[in-house]
Design a protein around this ligand. Structure first.
Ligand SMILES: [Zn+2]
Length: 97
């Protein structure tokens, strides 16, 4: 697994303890994240694929207003790629940089 993803996950879990359990579940999902087109991602969870559109997802957890593990997995992959301005990351994902 990408060490930068792991480092980010640890940092986010510290900054947002309420998200820590979802971040832990998102971590293995980061291996199944594929960008489809700008802003649209597929998260493959052992054959169960969720479509994630920036900060929303089609799964039940997201529909009930939570930041689900799929969105977090995409956010981790997105943030671990080339450096982006902190303000941009926060605006898109509403997560600590
Ligand atoms: Zn989801």
């Amino acid at each position: 697994m990408n060490p930068r993803v792991q480092e980010l996950a640890a940092r986010w879990a510290l900054k947002s303890p309420e998200l820590a359990s979802r971040i832990a579940r998102a971590l293995p999902l980061t291996q199944g994240v594929t960008m489809l087109t700008a802003g649209f991602w597929a998260v493959n969870n052992g054959g169960d694929v969720c479509l994630v559109n920036m900060a929303s997802c089609e799964c039940k957890d997201a529909q009930s207003g939570h930041k689900c593990k799929h969105v977090l997995a995409v956010a981790l992959v997105f943030a671990s790629q080339e450096p982006k301005p902190r303000c941009m990351r926060r605006k898109i994902w509403h997560l600590p940089g």
